[in-house]
Each structure stands twice: as structure tokens, then as C-alpha cells.
Design a protein. Structure first.
Length: 361
């Protein structure tokens, strides 16, 4: 090797000495070389909770790590003032439910929001068009609730027909010994059942009722190509040809008060209405009048027009079964929903597809 040569000579090597330059770094141990500067840490995404996350509370389950959850109820400010705060305006996601609307005015006040997650089966409380216009992703409850809601729908129907709750009260009041035999109920098998809204929940209801020997037909926005049940485009025509109507559709401008006096009269004096959709789909005032007058056979209701208010006239009717909007309240459903909420948050902020998208359906 020539004096002051920048190359190393390797004896007995096939590598030419001119191919291996000497550098200062090549003589330094790896540990002593300068490490690249660390990447700046991204602050955890801020998630605005419009309501207390009772699904997590029901299971005594903590909110997930890796996010900063903004809780308006812990602020000394009223909600309107909190939404104008810098904290709220920096929120990147919203977690909401049916009782906390996400409308255009709210989204205007929260300019950084890129994701809305709803814990509800329906989406009428979210302005989907405005979300789409702003490029905001929306995730729903997916299929986490369908089976439990369908179970309750069938349970309410059986209760009304077989007078389960009424007979329970009869026994507890001591009337069995003093009044004798209880009134006759009605068989579920063979009933003609019309399902309004043959989506995920409606299909689960149909599957269960078929097992009981019911004849299922349906009404929906359009005929479903993958089912063989008779389709009725007209609600009154469906009611005329059924003994029972089960409401499984969502609430929107078209379905608000869709079940009115005309439809209920078509269902008839022996007819039963079951609602596990949304309260305002039924004209509640007209339904109550017909039940009181004996023009409608019975009702099983999990939802009401002005919750938690329930019309007082219904409380004394043995042919009406009432439930406090509790169709999804099982440990299994609540746990699955919590997992889905966490999964959607983690997926979105990792640039992965949402687990239960709404706008992309």
C-alpha cells in the first residue's frame, strides 16, 4: 500500500485494494456512532364523548389507553361552553349514541373531527350527508346487537300473545286463588308476521319466527333478492295480510309516524304490534287510542316516542308489554360493543379500514 493511501490492502484477497476505501466511521465501534434523532412523539388522539360511556361502566371496564378522552360532564363549563373550548375544538373523533345528535352545527364547531363512532344500531341521530361532505368517517354498532334485539322482539311477542307478564301479576296479586283460572292466551305458531325493515335485525327476527312455525312476509325500501318471503311495498296491504307487525327499520323522514291509525286498523282488533326500532315510527297517540278502545289486540314496546316518558294509559293495559329500551342490554352485547368501539378507534388512527363503517356500506 502506498504511503498515505486511502485504501486498505488485503493480502491474498480477490478484492482489489482500490475497492475498499478507509473512512473514519469504519474504524469506530457501532455503539459510538451517532444515532439518528428520535421521531417526535404524536400526542394521543383526542376523542370527544358526547355522553357518558355507560357501556364501559356497565362492565366496570376502563376506557382504552392511547387516547385522550374529553368528558364534558367533568368540566365546570356548560356543554355549549365546553364545545367552544380549545380542548373540544381539537377533538379528532366523536363517540356518541342515539340521544346525542351529531348535526351540521356541532361539526362546524369541531373542525378537527375526522371520525364519528356511534354505539346505536340506527344512525338517524347523525347527519350522514354532512359527514360525507366534510370527509368524516362514520362507524356504527355493526352486527353486535342484531341477535339480542331479535330475541327481545320475539320475547315481547310471546309475552303479549301468551300473557306472560299479565299472568305473573295475576299470581302475585293472589288472584289465582280468589278469581280462578286465568284468561286464555294465543298461540304463536301459525301466526302471519309482517316484518318492517328486513335488515340485519329483521332477518334475525324472521329466522326465529320461522322456527316457531310463523308465516313471514315483509316490507322494506326495496325487495330483497336473496329471500323468499313475500314482499309488500305497501304497509297497509302488509298489515291487512298479517296478524302481527314487527318494526325493525330505522327512523328517518320517510318512516316517522309511518305506522298510523290507518295501518293499525288494517292490522285489526286481534292484531299485535311489536316495536324494537324507534318510538316515533309509530304515531303513539293514535296507537294508544286504538289500544284503549279495543281496536288493536296488543303491543310489545321497547321504544317510545318521547323516552323515557311512557303514556300513562299504557300502564294499566294487560295486553301491552313494556320494556325500557333495553333490547341490547346483555353482558355479551355490551362487551362486544366495547371491543368494537376500541377496534374502530385503533383502526382509524392506524390508517386501517374501519371495522363497522357506515358511509362505506
Amino acid at each position: 500500500m502506498a504511503p498515505n493511501s486511502p485504501f486498505i490492502n488485503f493480502p491474498n484477497s480477490t478484492v482489489h485494494s482500490s475497492q475498499v476505501p478507509i473512512t473514519l466511521e469504519s474504524w469506530l465501534p457501532m455503539a459510538s456512532r451517532a444515532a439518528p434523532p428520535p421521531l417526535p412523539l404524536r400526542p394521543p388522539p383526542r376523542v370527544l364523548l358526547l355522553r357518558h360511556p355507560h357501556h364501559f361502566s356497565l362492565l366496570d371496564r376502563p376506557l382504552p389507553d392511547g387516547f385522550r378522552f374529553l368528558k364534558p360532564w367533568e368540566s365546570p363549563l356548560p356543554l355549549d361552553g365546553f364545545l367552544s373550548s380549545a380542548d373540544a375544538r381539537s377533538a379528532e373523533a366523536i363517540l356518541t349514541s342515539a340521544r346525542a345528535p351529531v348535526n351540521a352545527d356541532l361539526l362546524r364547531r369541531l373542525p378537527e373531527v375526522r371520525l364519528v363512532i356511534s354505539t346505536s344500531a340506527g344512525h338517524n341521530h347523525i347527519d350522514l350527508a354532512e359527514c360525507r361532505r366534510r370527509g368524516i368517517a362514520v362507524a356504527g354498532a355493526g352486527d353486535t346487537k342484531s341477535e339480542e334485539v331479535a330475541d327481545l322482539a320475539v320475547g315481547l311477542l310471546i309475552d303479549v300473545l301468551r300473557k306472560v307478564s299479565a299472568s305473573d301479576r295475576y299470581v302475585r296479586r293472589g288472584l289465582w286463588s280468589s278469581e280462578g283460572e286465568f284468561a286464555l292466551g294465543s298461540k304463536l305458531g301459525g301466526k302471519r308476521v309482517g316484518i318492517i325493515g328486513l335488515g340485519r335485525i329483521g332477518l334475525e327476527v324472521a329466522k326465529r319466527l320461522e322456527a316457531f312455525g310463523c308465516a313471514v312476509s315483509y316490507n322494506s325500501r326495496k325487495k330483497k333478492p336473496y329471500v323468499s318471503y313475500p314482499f309488500y311495498s305497501n304497509i297497509c296491504e302488509l298489515a291487512t295480510n298479517c296478524d302481527v307487525l314487527v318494526i325493525c327499520c330505522g327512523l328517518n323522514e320517510q318512516t316517522h309516524h309511518m305506522i298510523n291509525r290507518e295501518v293499525l286498523l288494517a292490522l285489526g282488533k286481534e292484531g299485535v304490534i311489536v316495536n324494537i326500532g324507534r318510538g316515533p315510527i309509530i304515531n303513539e297517540k293514535e296507537m294508544v287510542q286504538l289500544l284503549v278502545q279495543g281496536e288493536l289486540g296488543g303491543a310489545g314496546l321497547d321504544v317510545f316516542e318521547k323516552e323515557p316518558y311512557v303514556p300513562e294509559e299504557l300502564l294499566g293495559l294487560d295486553n301491552v308489554v313494556l320494556s325500557p329500551h333495553a333490547a341490547v342490554l346483555t353482558p355479551e352485547t355490551v362487551s362486544n360493543l366495547c371491543d368494537l368501539i376500541i377496534g374502530n378507534l385503533e383502526a382509524f388512527f392506524s390508517n386501517k379500514p374501519l371495522l363497522s363503517p357506515v358511509l362505506d356500506e
